[in-house]
Design a protein around this ligand. Structure first.
Ligand code: CTP
Ligand code: MG
Length: 441
């Protein structure tokens, strides 16, 4: 990190090291993450997401005030007063804690209010004060991104946002009218698209104008404006784009948390590193009860539909064999379990989009996630324990369906439990799977 080059540009804001402010919004609940704690308090390699986010806030960045916006109910944030004190001592700034609002915009407004108070008390000129707004959810954003954004604002930009080129082709769609399907309206040229991150920077004066303007909008219009950079654009300001950083991903879903852990491992910042010997194996069970006779459904098992067989209960299609295979893959990769990635009905995090989801599709996704973490899949072996259906006649068909989904060899064996236990009484089906993975070359 080259801190020496972080000088004030000639003709930009003055050289006082205390006319820079940072707002970190951390008041969201993290609905999509589905954790019991608010998102910023969720542990990531033994420290909270918020603590990681504050790591990048270093003394050379020159912030005179940092406002951390947290949920009004502080449960999960017991260490906050210590964090505040540590950060204040580390960077020599006024560090304030304040409670956020019901929306991100309302939380930002609380932060701006605190910055204004500090600026007034210090006699800062709003036109010559740079304010950066950062999502705590982008916990691994490096200091360099803050530096680039601050530079752009201090060089005279009304607003500056970090952006990354996009890998996907992005379509603008014409929404469904409720009857038909949505359709493509336009395909903007990819070379001119950027995925925008935070921190986003503004002069305090521009930010005050943005906030006033937002207050004049009705709720529906205001909802469409998803960040301050967009609001500045709507006001006709030129919004400068500086390079973002891959590490600035927004932790939104459980899968993002796994990615963030991987990034921390790569940079060696996750504390003691336990060397891992590859290949690695994983094991998992999945058990489903037969659906009640009042709610008949068809049986999905081993990637096949079994007409005339009694179906299994479950939020998804109940395919215990496919589910055990997914969980064994996650276990092998140290990526959590089915609930981590697909939600779990038993702990109340079942995802609506998983309702009726096919086991084969889940296995495809699980295999992709594991490959995305840098592993190749050796094989998966599944053992079914069930009285019914009679599996042997369709074993090869099932193995082919699951092998196609995992893009790796899957074998399935089946047995009964000699009349013992819940499987013996015909109450449900159990599947056990082991998976073997190895580091992709
Ligand atoms: N945020 C906030 N106050 C809110 C909502 C969001 O301070 N009322 C913050 C979040 O803490 C996060 C950032 O805004 O750092 C981006 O929001 P998002 O990633 O959507 O987080 P959540 O709203 O917590 O997550 P979800 O939408 O899944 O509930
Ligand atoms: Mg949100």
């Amino acid at each position: 990190m080259n801190t020496a080059s972080f000088e004030r540009p000639e003709g930009g804001l003055t050289s006082s090291a205390h006319r820079r402010a940072l707002i970190v919004v951390a008041a969201g609940s993290g609905t999509r993450l589905g954790h019991a704690l608010p998102k910023a308090a969720v542990p990531l390699s033994r420290r909270s997401i918020l603590e990681h986010a504050l790591d990048a806030v270093t003394e050379p960045l020159g912030f005179g005030v940092v406002v951390i916006v947290v949920p009004s109910d502080a449960s999960g944030f017991e260490r906050l007063p210590d964090l505040r004190g540590e950060l204040a001592a580390r960077i020599g700034a006024d560090v304030r804690l304040t409670a956020g609002g019901a929306s991100r915009a309302a939380s930002v407004a609380e932060g701006v209010h605190q910055v204004e108070e500090h600026a007034r008390s210090q006699g800062w000129d709003p036109e010559r004060t740079a304010v950066l707004i950062h999502d705590a959810a982008r916990a691994l954003t490096p200091s360099d991104v803050y530096r680039r954004v601050t530079h752009a604002v201090e060089a005279g930009a009304a607003a500056a946002v970090p952006g990354l080129p996009v890998a996907d082709t992005i379509k603008q769609i014409r929404p469904s009218d409720g009857q038909g399907e949505e359709s493509v309206e336009a395909t903007p040229p990819r070379a001119r698209l950027r995925a925008v991150q935070t921190p986003q920077g503004f002069s305090l004066e521009v930010l005050q104008r943005i906030r006033k303007d937002l207050a004049d909008l009705d709720d529906r219009q205001a909802e469409q404006i998803t960040d301050e950079g967009m609001a500045a654009e709507h006001l006709g300001h030129r919004v400068v784009v500086v390079p973002g950083d891959e590490r600035g991903l927004k932790i939104t879903t459980p899968t993002d948390l796994v990615t963030a852990r991987g990034l921390l491992g790569e940079t060696g910042a996750s504390g003691p590193h336990v060397p891992s010997v590859v290949p690695r194996i994983g094991v998992a069970h999945d058990i489903h009860a037969f659906a009640s006779p009042d709610e008949p459904c068809s049986l999905m098992l081993g990637g096949l539909e079994w007409p005339r067989e009694r179906g299994l209960a479950g939020h998804s299609d109940g395919d215990a064999a496919a589910h055990a295979a997914c969980a064994a893959l996650f276990s092998a990769a140290g990526m959590g379990d089915l609930g981590t990635h697909f939600g779990a009905d038993t702990i109340g995090t079942a995802r609506a989009d998983m309702e009726g989801a096919s086991g084969v599709r889940l296995l495809e996704q699980a295999a992709d996630l594991v490959r995305g973490s840098g592993y190749a899949i050796g094989n998966i072996s599944i053992q079914l324990v069930a009285n019914r259906p009679k599996f042997a006649p369709r074993r090869e068909e099932s193995e082919a369906a699951l092998t196609r989904a995992a893009q790796a060899p899957v074998s399935v064996a089946a047995t009964t439990s000699d009349g013992l236990g819940f499987t013996g009484r015909g109450e449900g089906i159990m599947a056990t799977a082991t998976a073997l993975i190895y580091a992709a070359s």
